[in-house]
Design a protein around this ligand. Structure first.
Ligand code: ARG
Length: 461
């Protein structure tokens, strides 16, 4: 099957090598279902405009449903000689509905508005899916946090990778979860911003057919209605940037959590143990147990950020309106969402298989000086100006260090890390009871995404 789209004006068919180079058909299979949805909405609009009769609308709609099913079960695989999935679907509809009726489907639309609509729908769906997966991962962090909170297990909190102050392991886990919850909000904001429907913008200037763009927008759930300007609309790829930005930011966060877990899995640190089914061995060193999943997620963050950068580079300086360059951004969108989805799922799987070595973590907090700030703060409460307290504690550390002794409180006993975390009084601190409330608040903030995830699961089962 070859492209029939622009036949009459041309004496020769397109060169096979060039069509092969230019076709996005294979990548486009990911967005096929969204083109079908948008095309069905277009049929409704054509019927309302009396461009097609009710009977013809019915024939077109049935054909679209059939093509959708054929694409899903791969019984219609199209043909990579099509420039894209949009032309392939239209051709197949014409085969099914006959050229007379099928030939009416493209009235008043262009692939320019068609592709913009399909990728906006695809991006919204993809963002919702990633948010659902991320919510599951966040809950995993919070469940682990609750377990460690009950055990009141401690670890050295660090800055610059240096022991800084004692924290609860639960506090670190909550930090990882809060970061994911923040990313979920960003995913939701980006999804909600894709609320104007490009369909009906046609090639660039709109159509002279009386198409009810509000109807298309409503049917496709674009809550703000039709896009405001056809010329802007056919070239707008903000939805691609927004999606890739939100995905990159999520993965960058996970890459940072991964970096810490990777270090902790090393026997040199030994805070964390990865179970056998999530660890990787070495082909030469029999003793190795490597945290490859976390390393790969760390690298995927770079890959998705690179896709975002590639789209920035494609768009920069591109005149407004449609240009074929934009096709390449579609590919970045599809790949970026897919990479993000598999990364979040793999991270969750690997994370669910780790355990903290509490004894080792607790033992690491026995660094003699990690409670120095508590000592200084105690002096402040006794009326000593902070700078003077800092200097006094610094002096005591110097003496203790020279004597190889721990830093002691005024009672002469070494400072206790558990008392340190319990003494914290500020919101968002590592204080156990404040942390318990904070974990609960984060859980509550995730409820809408979890409810949506459950619905989504039901729908796709
Ligand atoms: N194949 C293009 C894409 O998938 C859409 C084609 C629009 N082509 C055109 N000549 N206006 O992005």
């Amino acid at each position: 099957m070859t492209s029939f789209l622009w036949g009459a004006r041309f004496d020769a068919p397109p060169d096979a090598q060039l069509i092969d180079f230019a076709s996005s058909f294979r990548d486009d299979l990911a967005i096929a279902a969204f083109d079908i949805r948008a095309s069905r909405a277009h049929v409704l609009v054509l019927e309302r405009a009396q461009v097609v009769s009710s009977g013809e609308a019915c024939t077109l709609d049935n054909a679209l449903v059939t093509v959708g099913r054929e694409l899903a079960d791969r019984s219609f695989d199209g043909d990579a000689t099509f420039e894209d999935i949009h032309s392939a679907i239209e051709a197949r509809v014409s085969e099914l509905a006959g050229a007379e009726v099928g030939g009416k489907l493209h009235s008043g639309r262009s692939r320019n508005d068609q592709v913009a609509t399909a990728i906006a729908l695809f991006a919204r769906d993809g963002l919702g899916g990633v948010a659902s997966d991320a919510a599951g991962l966040a809950v995993e962090f919070l469940d682990a946090a609750d377990r460690e909170l009950t055990a009141e297990s401690l670890m050295p909190g660090t800055t610059h990778c240096q022991p800084a102050q004692p924290i609860l392991i639960a506090f670190w886990l909550h930090a990882a979860g809060v970061g994911v919850a923040r990313q979920i909000r960003r995913l939701d904001v980006m999804r909600d911003s894709m609320n104007r429907c490009p369909l009906g913008a046609a090639a660039l200037a709109g159509s002279s057919l009386p198409l009810d763009r509000r109807l298309a927008a409503a049917v496709l759930d674009f809550t703000a209605g039709p896009s405001e300007n056809a010329l802007d609309s056919v070239g707008d790829r903000d939805m691609v940037l927004d999606t890739l930005y939100a995905c990159s930011t999520l993965l960058v966060h996970l890459s940072r959590v991964a970096a810490e877990l990777i270090a902790w899995c090393s026997p040199l640190v030994g805070f964390v143990r990865l179970s056998d089914d999530a660890a990787t061995g070495s082909s030469i060193m029999p003793h190795k147990r490597n945290p490859d999943t976390f390393e790969l997620v760390r690298a995927k963050a770079a890959s998705v950020a690179a896709l975002l950068t590639s789209v920035f580079a494609q768009l920069k300086g591109l005149p407004i309106s449609y240009h074929r360059d934009l096709q390449e951004s579609k590919r970045a969108l599809i790949a970026g969402l897919a990479e993000t989805q598999v990364s979040v799922r793999a991270f969750r799987r690997a994370f669910s298989s780790i355990s903290f070595d509490r004894a080792r973590c607790n033992a690491a907090v026995v660094d003699p000086f990690v409670c120095s700030t508590d000592l200084a703060e105690r002096m402040i409460l006794g009326g000593v100006p902070f700078r003077a307290a800092h200097a006094a504690v610094g002096g005591r550390i110097k003496t203790a260090e020279a004597a190889g002794a721990p830093l002691c409180g005024d009672d002469g006993a070494p400072l206790d890390p558990l008392s340190s975390v319990r003494a914290k009084a500020t919101l968002g601190s590592t204080n156990p009871s404040l942390l318990r409330q904070a974990i609960l608040a984060t859980r509550i903030s995730l409820l809408p995404s979890l409810a949506e995830a459950a619905l989504y699961k039901e729908e796709t089962q």
